[in-house]
Design a protein around this ligand. Structure first.
Ligand code: FAD
Length: 342
């Protein structure tokens, strides 16, 4: 019988899994399906060098095109999986094709969260950053205006990295952060102070405790209004206030979900033939004695290695300590572990 594994999502998690499966000895079909039309690429550069350079996304590929052929990975780009039928072990693609699987892996990642701000959905110059296309759209919008003013909603990693990158250009950058410090969800106050000072020295205007309530067009600018009455006008807005895990397919298949698709230490979901890895998952982490959902390349790649072993019936279990990095100007932040209750 021609066994098949289907992986939905070909980014850090899904692509790593496809290659790890071959390394672990999986000899049957591997079908890797991705809705983005580009060959799978590294996401971290999108808010860093890529944002202001002339680079093509092909300069940041996870794997060269030939590698997929060499490892007999059937990569199908520009196709969205629209349905999972776990009782028939089949998925449906956006082009209507139905494919059967023996094992299915959800590596569907996450999508930028759209905050409940009045007017946010109807305005043209509001950008999010997750894909190569998003980064190229921000680049083009910056280049279309002479010395544009950019307003970033959110003082987390994405907002700060965008600010640091865009400051290399002739632009003014303002950040509005709702909390009383930058990076409040992920670092200690000392680190928040460090980055506040760094960005201020570089000419970024940072406004803390600014809760944005509405966005509207005002002449040829976009006006951002806060609940304390403050108003900021800018040419373009970047929203970086977190992401939501892509769980729609899992929910449709009636898999257990919470803050992500629930997986065990072998990355198996509540269905024994369906696994899930990367940003879309929530797992019990023994180092913190709680369930967590991580958004990092480390977690995506490490969970992929565990899934490959588990699917190939080898001894495994996920117990990695989380680590993360961020590049802003000349500073590289590297952190191990999670900052909680500091
Ligand atoms: P994703 O990268 O989100 O990939 C999921 C893929 O699934 C997507 O390509 C999506 O198109 C596809 N997909 C979803 N649903 C379907 C469907 N139904 N059919 C077909 N395809 C589907 N992490 C770090 O550790 N360090 C950093 O410095 C860092 N910087 C970052 C900068 C930016 C701008 C961004 C956006 C992220 C950054 N991250 C960083 C986070 C890191 O990129 C993510 O943790 C990582 O990409 C997670 O990989 P993933 O494969 O789980 O999910």
């Amino acid at each position: 019988m021609n066994k098949s594994i289907i992986i939905i999502g070909a980014s850090h998690a899904g692509t790593s899994l496809a290659f790890a499966l071959r390394k672990e000895g999986w000899q049957a079909n591997i079908i890797l399906i991705e809705k983005d039309p580009n060959l799978p690429y590294h996401r971290p550069p999108l808010s860093k060098k890529f944002l202001t350079s002339d680079m093509d996304i092909d300069q940041h590929l996870l794997m060269a095109r030939e590698s997929y052929d060499k490892h007999e990975i059937d990569l199908r780009l520009g196709l969205e999986v629209t349905g999972v039928d776990k009782s028939h072990k089949a998925i449906t693609l956006s082009n209507g094709i139905v494919l059967s699987y023996d094992k299915l892996v959800l590596a569907t990642g996450a999508t930028p969260f759209i905050p409940p701000i009045k007017g946010i959905k109807g305005i043209q110059d509001v950008f999010y950053l997750r894909t190569a296309k998003d980064a190229m759209d921000i680049r083009s919008a910056c280049r279309a205006i002479d010395a544009p003013s950019i307003l970033i909603i959110g003082g987390g990693y994405i907002g700060l990295e965008c600010a640091a990158s865009l400051k290399q250009l002739d632009v003014s950058v303002t950040i509005l952060e709702r909390e009383n410090r930058l990076l409040s969800r992920v670092t200690a106050p000392e680190m928040s102070d460090f980055f506040l000072k760094l960005h201020t020295e570089k000419g970024v205007e940072i406004n803390l405790k600014k809760n944005v309530t509405s966005i509207e067009r005002a002449h040829n600018k976009v006006a951002v209004l806060c609940d304390d009455g403050a108003q900021y006008d800018a040419d373009l807005i970047i929203v970086g206030v977190g992401v939501s895990p892509n769980v729609a397919l899992a929910e449709q298949a009636d898999l257990k979900t919470h803050n992500g698709i629930c997986v065990d230490e072998k990355t198996q979901t509540s269905d024994p033939d369906i696994y899930a890895i990367g940003d879309c998952t929530e797992h019990y982490n023994k180092h913190y004695d709680t369930t967590i959902r991580l958004e990092s390349v480390q977690n995506a790649v490490d969970q992929a290695k565990v899934a490959a072993k588990a699917i190939c019936k080898k001894e495994t279990g996920y117990d990695a300590v989380p680590w993360f990095w961020s590049d802003q100007y000349y500073v590289k932040l590297q952190m191990v572990g999670l900052s909680s209750g500091y």
